[in-house]
Structure formats: C-alpha cells, structure tokens
Design a protein around this ligand. Structure first.
Ligand code: FE2
Length: 166
C-alpha cells in the first residue's frame, strides 16, 4: 500500500511543536470526547423524534438545534484527532465503551427524557473540563480552545432545556 493511502497513525509527521507522546494522550482524550458527543447526539435525536406533550414544538425545535450543533462538533473533534496523527474511532462499539453516558433503550416520558438530556449535557461539560486540562498541560492550545467552546455549549444546552421545563 502506498504511504499516502496508509491508514496507520502518522504522529511522526506532526511537527507543530507538540511533544509526540503528548499527541497520543491528547488524541485519547479527544476520542472520549468524540464518544460522549456522538452518544449525546443520538440521545438528542431520540428526544427530537419521540417527545410529546404541551412543550412539544419548543422541545422539538430546541433539540433540533442541539443535535445539529453536536453533528458539527463530532466532525471537528474527529478531524482534530486526525490532525494529531491518530485514527478517529467510528464504530458504535468504540463509542459505547468510551462514552460516560448511557443511551436508554426503554420508552421514557417527556420529563425523564429532558432530565436525562440536562444531566448528560452537564456531565459532558464536567468531563470536557478534565480533557481541556490534558490539552493545556501539553500546550495544545487549539484542542483546549475546541474543548473549552464545547463546555460553554453544553452549559448553555443544559440551561435552555431546564428553562423550558421549569
Ligand atoms: Fe427533524
């Protein structure tokens, strides 16, 4: 196989001032962030599709904005892993193992769905804080910036969902 088509990690080619060992550590944190974001994306879609009740239209629209934002974030996080010379995981199995949040398979009422989404957004903000610290420690300012923005977004998501059900 030509080098250009090789799918093996190419951290050796990342010569941007980052320590080579650090690129692996940062990419591992990003892989967990990717798994969390993908899992929340699927869960947010589930609420968008299945929620019913007096706030249906507002929740349907709000969750649409949130899953669209998450779709963009997933792509950005995965591409950052590639820029660090590592392989971006892309299987449900990998995401399930690495994500800190669960995807419920049982039917839930609107209140349970929303409480779940609020808790998950807060859990991601909290977890991403630790990932940001990993990037900062390695002086990877770009990854730290990317993750910091995601923390703010998940805090905003939790606030908006909570305000809707108050
Ligand atoms: Fe839709």
């Amino acid at each position: 196989m030509s080098t250009a088509l090789s799918a093996s990690p190419t951290a050796d080619n990342v010569q941007t001032g980052l320590n080579k060992a650090d690129t692996v550590t940062i990419a591992n944190a990003l892989k967990d962030a990717l798994a969390d974001s993908f899992t929340l994306y699927v869960k947010t879609l589930g609420v968008h599709w299945n929620v019913v009740g007096p706030n249906f239209f507002s929740l349907h629209k709000l969750t649409e904005e949130q899953y669209q934002d998450l779709a963009g974030a997933i792509d950005n996080i995965a591409e950052r892993i590639r820029a660090l010379g590592q392989i971006a995981p892309a299987s449900f199995g990998d995401f399930r193992v690495a994500s800190a949040i669960e995807c419920e398979t049982t039917i839930q009422n609107a209140e349970e769905m929303l409480t779940g989404l609020i808790n998950d957004n807060e859990a991601l903000a909290k977890r991403f804080r630790a990932f940001t610290a990993v990037a900062e420690e390695a002086e990877d300012v770009f990854t730290a910036d990317l993750l910091t923005a995601r923390i703010g977004q998940h805090e905003q998501n939790a606030w908006m969902l909570r305000a809707l059900v108050a």
